[in-house]
Write a new protein. Structure first.
Lengths: 1147, 347
């Protein structure tokens, strides 16, 4: 196991470097705990204290002394970023983190130099100021709301122990070291270590919805030692030494000293800010972390930020445009230099130049002329200022707006609303919408993602005998119930029972060997878990429901199953459990509990039974359980069970094995001492506890095995098929056994009968290499066959981070399906990284559990299923949704649309700005190479903000190249994005040629028409402005595919808006262009020029567009024709099977 | 009563309560992106008829534009070279800056009947009224109102004379064109109306009727015409015309209007004062007498452009029709889809 842990730490550190992620430290920490390799390190550390400089000391109920030395943070929180005074500087500082804004600013500053002042002050600062202002208002509003919620939060009241009594105190005044009382349904104001609770055993139940979104109850315990003392708080004397604040919400290490005794504290002794107390009357605790140091606040960071592929691709074109810009500026500077050089002797007297100022002294002084070299220099920078919008700054803002709009429509999509969990689609990352259209590899978790994660107990194998009568007898439909003190207790969920087995358990007293085993089996199921039973009232006062809450759905299913057979778990505290065995209450003392961890893959409890014996019950995955069984005594039962397990997993069932052992006194004492030592250890406790567990979990007697069905989610097979047709390679990564995985593979249509299965199942590097290479060779020889690759976690240990990765990758590329079973969470990320590092294709990972977090963060796009297993996956994801099948509309419909829209929008933005810049540039050739603009400076500024930006944003949000139905009916259309047909350098160059042509037409038609006429600068400028706006908008109109009223309003509206702006600018008498638009628009010439410009500039594009679409039609074009003309035909065949996805019930 | 926490149990929740706090997005055609829309596609029929329509519109427009241009009668006389006495032509700049008499006589012959109004223009070539230094050198607020006569910061180096602000300041006003023309037909004076040559809007709102020229052309270097300090700027139409800076380096400015018809064969004597110095940058000066059409002056470019574009469109319509007839493609034929063309790619 050694290599795994070291390898994982590599992977995780790499991961951490790459992106800042909320849960990365959490994920890696958990996994590091899970690896055996870390044990030795922890052992050596276990006896050490927390170093003083790494610890904080909290004197219980003595906040003054606590805060004396350290001055801990108070409990008032501030999620708001700014105050009234810091708002301006801080907000500006943050906004200028965007490179685009810095470019803007540099240009504006350059423009302020008197020699370079191209635009007036106002016009040069306006766009930047506008953008900054809009963002600032948005930030200010958000911050105002945060201030308000902070205020509400800080002024909430809590009961604090002061002057021998509990008094209400506002949250913001709570200090570290104080003792607080929290009552039922109250929210915790800070992180506190439990001292006492209303429960005599010290248990509290908390709901952590606010923290990690999990709605099930979790148990936390007060230490037995503090329970008694807490009744007399005045004399309570002790201190807690705990680690510095950190954001790991699942970890806490501290020890407490009271009366000279040292107790160790762990994550189960602390309740965190934001949790809610449930099913517990009250709880007392001492504040250890307050305010911004609480774990909840430390975890309060936003969604991970990723950059979209398209945006990264776009940078190349941005560089090209920069070069283009430099070329234009150089041309302007060079030609200006030539002119100055040839006229150098006449500059003093040229009427329109007048170098010398004679008013100062008779021989004259140079006015605004700094010599030849400087003039070139100034001209260059003035050109940069004039042509600045060549780099489309507004594009970045437009892109953000478009993504927000796209996200809005994705979240509002009716097709992606999940009724069962009442969750709609969530867009957590706002800047990778378009990546959804280019996915080539899909990595999916199985449990909870492909399946519902609603476990149903199906069959049991007890003592090697299979009890799996799937036909439920009608008589038993009523379900099990038991009467206690006149109240009927019922488990909340019914489970189908096997009549033979039920009969056996009922005859428990008549004690055949079989019946005894069966009883033992169900007792183990009822006892060996961490489920919390909660008794809830029903409408009938005599009937109460027992609801089982727990973190693992498997355990829930097993406990419900035990309940159905008469072993009703009724109560759980930290010290004991109460099980109602067919009406008889039995109390078991819980002497020890070894929690499940992914390394041991089993859990165990040590129970003191009513008959005073001590028994160890162990439950775990078969692979880990058969190793710790007493094979000598129970070899035949084990064999029979193994056979049965194989049969179960072939049916796609999840299996668990249960074992037990009676402990004699010496064993128990030995265990108890080492357990206590381990559980009070401060550092490396997890490793120590695991070792203790490993020592006791041996020589078990096999009790039986369970089989649980994990049902496929609705629509999963159809979804997988669609995705496969769309050319997406689907990899399923699961922790399940190979047989289970394969059977799920078949039922989800990932695997089909005509695929050849290649199974890699190796135990050493060499055998792994051999089988991979053989497989590779066999696939290479016949390429027409479709192949499914199945590889297990053990083999992956040898493959990952090794040269075998390449071999596996090649093999996987040739396979049509890949199934990885028995993979550990870190291996999931490793597999994603393997693919991601070897190809430029986009990867998407989808999962629902904490074990998928690393994979979700590793992939280009991470999707979280908000399902049963808590919300860590959702928290780490970029997109979250309720069901796997929503991937189909998400990728094939929204992904396709978003990619097309964004690709077109980027190209169009390049084009529209370049057209304008080129018009300005052509004019420079006719102004003595000085940077005069005929177009007014206000129009220059407004051009990319008002005249042309709105339509591109609207089109970027709303246009659809194809309808939803046809995209779903022909998943192959998704290939457009995979082949990057929506945006490429080739398209960019076509666009640029078109740009040059259009700008030349716009510029030169009026130039020749008005050459040698009385036309003045402003009038001609207005003509150019309006012509450019009309052409650019009509160009967009030509490419709009769906003309709904919004598109009409945007395009025609922005032409009208531009005209209005031009008119408004021309009615200001202090501007030189006063009334020009009215003068020029009176003439026929103006309108003749405009018509000629519009038609001539768009003519080539129109003709070529038609020729390409008609004679070299793309798939999208054909599909559009199909859609419009209704020529479905052969496509009908697969329509029927896809119905489930296409036609979900619309209300 | 904590039924809403029972998410994992899958029990039958109270359905009406569930519906009440359902997060299901409100269904609307807008949010589902299903707004009714027209989806035009470029079919051969559409494209060919578009081209035909364009050519049908453009060719007639081109023809009438050409006719309009042909209707315009224009007399152009370049005089900058001829109006310098032969001995002085070696150093024209010295001559123009000197004190020698600048009068010059030109004779123009009318070759075609010209109906009134006949516009008298002066045309300058190679004069960059759009030069950056030049266009910025003006103060629009000073022109409007005497209140702002000190706003001269943009006007350097023609901003003040001896500390007093120049009105109108700046290079544009300073370089006001100062050649003058006196016309006579067959030895009878021909009236040139110099009223109404500037934009009405300029006279009324841009140039103040209370603003009088001050300290104008008092500097060490005289650029052009002087202004009568007793006439407000709103009446100085030559200045107003000149201050509407030309967009292009070859431009005409209206000098005045002749309000009688000129007959074919008339000779017109022009006595002009050749004062304006375009010689230092080899600019040309021309006197132009021209009628106008509804489309403007004499310029065939637009007519030719319309005919060309119309012709190309007609040609394209023809070519596409032939292509369509020779090699048609059935629209919406799924067999053209890439995965149907080369099977094996998809499933």
């Amino acid at each position: 196991m050694e290599p795994i842990s070291s390898r994982w730490s590599n992977v995780s550190s790499k991961d951490n470097n790459n992106k800042e992620v909320t849960f990365s430290d959490l994920g890696s920490k958990r996994i590091r705990h899970g690896s055996a390799g870390a044990d030795s390190e922890f052992l050596s550390m276990s006896q050490k204290e927390i170093k003083d400089e790494d610890a904080r000391l909290i004197y219980i109920n003595d906040p003054d002394r606590t805060n004396e030395a350290f001055d801990f943070t108070g409990n008032s929180i501030k999620t708001a970023k700014y105050s009234v005074f810091t708002f301006l500087p801080r907000n500006l500082f943050e906004q200028f983190h965007r490179v685009a804004y810095v470019y803007f600013l540099v240009i504006a500053v350059l423009n302020q130099l008197p020699q370079l002042a191209v635009f007036g002050r106002g016009a040069s600062i306006m766009p930047l100021a506008f953008v900054l202002l809009v963002s600032a208002i948005k930030d200010a509003y958000e911050d105002f709301r945060r201030h308000r919620s902070d205020r509400v939060e800080n002024n909430r009241l809590a009961l604090v122990f002061e002057d021998n009594d509990f008094r209400e105190k506002q949250w913001k005044y709570i200090r570290v070291g104080e003792v607080i009382k929290v009552v039922s349904n109250q929210t915790l104001p800070c992180d506190m270590v439990l001292l006492a609770t209303s429960d005599p055993t010290g248990v509290v139940y908390v709901q952590t919805t606010n923290l990690d979104g999990e709605s099930n109850l979790k148990t936390r315990y007060a230490k037995q030692e503090t329970l008694q003392k807490a009744t007399d708080l005045e004399t309570f004397d002790g201190f807690i030494k705990c680690e510095k604040p950190n954001r790991n919400i699942y970890g806490f290490q501290a020890n407490m000293e009271i009366d000279g005794r040292r107790l160790s504290l762990g994550p189960s002794n602390i309740i965190l800010r934001g949790c809610e107390l449930k099913n517990t009357e009250w709880a007392l605790g001492v504040v250890v972390y307050a305010g911004s140091e609480t774990k909840a606040m430390l975890n309060n960071s936003g969604a991970p930020s990723k950059r979209s592929r398209l945006e990264t691709r776009m940078n190349l074109e941005i560089i090209l445009l920069s070069l283009f810009l430099i070329a234009l500026c150089t041309t302007a500077a060079a030609t200006a230099a030539v002119w100055l050089r040839t006229h150098r002797d006449d500059l003093d007297t040229i009427l329109f130049y007048r170098r010398k100022d004679y008013s100062v002294r008779p021989e004259g002084k140079n006015h605004n002329y700094y010599g030849w070299g400087w003039e070139i220099f100034f001209t260059f920078f003035m050109a940069v200022i004039v042509y600045q919008i060549m780099i489309p700054i507004s594009l970045y803002i437009s892109m953000e707006l478009v993504r927000i709009g796209q996200a809005y429509f994705m979240t509002r999509d009716d097709l992606m609303y999940d009724e069962s969990s009442n969750s709609s689609f969530q867009c957590r990352a706002l800047n990778i919408n378009e990546d959804l259209g280019q996915i080539k590899y899909l990595f999916s978790d199985k449990t909870g993602t492909l399946t519902d994660n609603k476990m149903e107990f199906q069959c049991a194998c007890i003592g090697g005998v299979d009890y799996s009568d799937r036909e439920p007898p009608e008589s038993e439909q009523a379900g099990y119930s038991v009467e206690v003190d006149g109240i009927i207790l019922k488990p909340k969920m019914r489970v189908r029972v096997d009549p033979v087995l039920l009969q056996l358990t009922r005859n428990g007293s008549k004690a055949t060997e079989e019946a005894k085993r069966a009883n033992e089996f169900f007792l183990s199921l009822a006892a060996c878990n961490t489920i919390v039973p909660i008794v809830t009232n029903t409408s009938d006062p005599n009937v109460k429901l027992v609801d089982y809450q727990g973190e693992s759905p498997d355990e829930q299913a097993l406990v419900y199953a035990a309940a159905a057979y008469g072993f009703l778990l009724i109560e759980r505290t930290s010290g004991h459990i109460v099980i109602n065995v067919r009406g008889e209450m039995q109390r078991f003392d819980v002497l020890g509990l070894h929690e499940f961890d992914s390394d041991r893959k089993r859990m165990s409890v040590i129970l003191g039974c009513p008959d005073m014996s001590v028994k160890l019950f162990v439950k775990g995955a078969d692979s880990s359980m058969f190793g710790v069984m007493d094979e000598v005594s129970y070899g035949d039962v084990i064999e029979a069970t193994k056979k049965q397990l194989h049969a179960y997993s072939s049916d796609g069932l999840r299996t668990l094995v249960v074992g037990m052992r009676k402990l004699n006194d010496s064993e128990f004492e030995q265990w108890r001492s080492s357990f206590e030592a381990a559980s009070t250890a401060l550092i490396g406790r997890a490793g120590l506890l695991r070792k203790v567990a490993g020592n006791i979990e041996t020589k078990l007697r096999i009790v039986g095995a369970t089989a649980i069905e994990d049902k496929l989610q609705r629509g999963v097979p159809e979804a997988i098929e669609s995705l496969r047709i769309a050319g997406i390679k689907v990899w399923v990564l699961t922790g399940d056994k190979q047989e289970t995985a394969i059977s799920i593979g078949f039922s989800s249509r990932l695997l089909t009968r005509n695929m050849r299965q290649i199974v890699i199942n190796s135990n050493s590097l060499d055998s792994c290499r051999r089988s991979l290479e053989e497989a590779n060779a066999s696939v290479a020889s016949d390429d027409d066959e479709s192949v499914a690759l199945i590889i297990d976690g053990t083999s992956l240990i040898y493959v990952l981070d090794n040269d075998l990765e390449d071999v596996l990758f090649q093999l996987a590329c040739k396979s049509s399906a890949v199934l990885c079973c028995r993979v550990a969470p870190f291996q999931k990320a490793g597999i994603v990284a393997l693919v991601k590092n070897r190809t430029s294709d986009m990867t998407l990972a989808i999962g629902d559990g904490a074990n998928d977090v690393s994979m979700i963060q590793m992939a280009d796009v991470g999707v979280g299923i908000s399902g049963q297993e808590g919300r860590q996956a959702v928290m780490a994801s970029d997109f979250a949704m309720g069901q796997f099948r929503f991937l189909v509309p998400l990728l094939l419909v929204h992904g396709h649309w978003n990619y097309q829209r964004m690709g077109y929008m980027i190209l169009y933005n390049f084009y529209r700005n370049a057209v304008f810049v080129l018009i300005l540039f052509w004019y420079v050739l006719f102004t003595c190479y000085t940077l005069t603009t005929a177009i007014t400076e206000w129009s220059s500024v407004l051009y990319s903000v008002v005249y042309t930006s709105f339509p591109t944003i609207v089109i970027g949000i709303l246009d659809k190249n194809l309808g939803r139905r046809i995209l779903l009916r022909h998943p192959q259309l998704y290939g457009v994005g995979q082949r990057a047909e929506g945006y490429s350098t080739t398209l960019f160059w076509y666009m640029m040629f078109d740009t040059v042509w259009q700008s030349a037409v716009i510029f030169f038609i009026p130039l020749f028409a008005y050459w040698g006429s009385t036309i003045d600068t402003s009038s001609l400028g207005d003509l150019w402005t309006i012509a450019a706006v009309v052409v650019v908008n009509l160009h967009l109109a030509m490419d709009v595919i769906r003309w709904n009223w919004i598109a009409h309003a945007a395009i025609w509206g922005s032409i009208v808006a531009a005209c209005i702006c031009v008119i408004v600018i021309d009615v200001i008498p202090t501007l030189p262009g006063y009334w020009a638009i009215f003068q020029v628009a009176k003439t026929w010439m103006f309108w003749f020029c405009l018509l000629a410009i519009v038609v001539t500039s768009l003519l080539p594009r129109f003709a070529i567009k038609f020729l390409v679409e008609y004679y070299r039609p793309s798939d999208v074009r054909i599909a559009r024709e199909v859609e419009k003309l209704g020529t479905f035909r052969e496509s009908q065949t697969m329509g029927t099977e896809m119905n489930q996805i296409q036609d979900p019930p619309r209300r | 009563m904590s039924s809403n926490t029972a998410s994992s149990s899958g029990g039958s929740g109270d359905s009406s309560a569930a519906r009440k706090n359902s997060k299901r997005p409100k269904y609307s055609k807008f949010t589902q992106q299903e707004l009714p829309a027209c989806k035009p596609i470029l079919t051969p029929g559409w494209v060919i008829s578009t081209f035909l329509i364009v050519s049908v519109i453009f060719i007639p427009l081109g023809v009438i534009s050409l006719f309009a241009s042909q209707d315009v009668v224009e007399i152009v006389d370049r005089y900058d070279n001829d109006c310098i006495p032969a001995p002085a032509r070696t150093n024209k700049v010295a001559f123009i800056q000197g004190d020698a008499p600048k009068a010059c006589n030109r004779t123009l012959t009318v070759t075609k009947r010209m109906k009134q109004p006949i516009y008298v223009y002066y045309q300058l070539d190679n004069f960059y009224q759009n030069h950056r230094r030049y266009v910025k050198s003006r103060s629009d607020s000073q022109l409007r109102s005497p209140k702002f006569e000190n706003q001269i910061s943009a006007c350097k180096p023609e901003d003040d004379a001896g500390g007093q602000p120049i009105v109108p300041c700046g290079l544009i006003a300073w370089s006001l064109f100062n050649d003058t023309y006196t016309l006579s037909r067959n030895n009878t004076p021909l009236a040139v109306n110099k009223k109404g040559i500037a934009w009405k809007s300029d006279k009324e709102h841009k140039f103040g009727n209370k603003v009088f020229p001050k300290n104008f052309q008092k500097g060490n270097l005289t650029g052009g015409a002087t202004l009568n300090p007793d006439i407000p700027l709103s009446e100085q139409e030559d200045l107003i015309v000149w201050m509407r800076t030309a967009a292009l380096p070859t431009f005409r400015k209206l000098y005045g209007k002749i309000e009688t018809d000129l007959e074919n064969g008339d000779t017109i004597q022009v006595t002009l004062q050749n004062n304006y110095n375009t010689y230092s940058f080899s600019g040309k000066k021309k006197l132009v007498l021209s009628t106008t059409s509804w489309l403007g002056g004499k310029n065939d470019f637009l007519g030719i452009a319309y005919l060309t574009v119309g012709g190309i469109c007609f040609f394209l319509a023809l070519a596409f029709t032939i292509m369509y007839l020779v090699k048609p493609r059935r629209l919406g034929d799924p067999s053209y889809l890439s995965w149907n063309r080369n099977p094996g790619g998809g499933r």
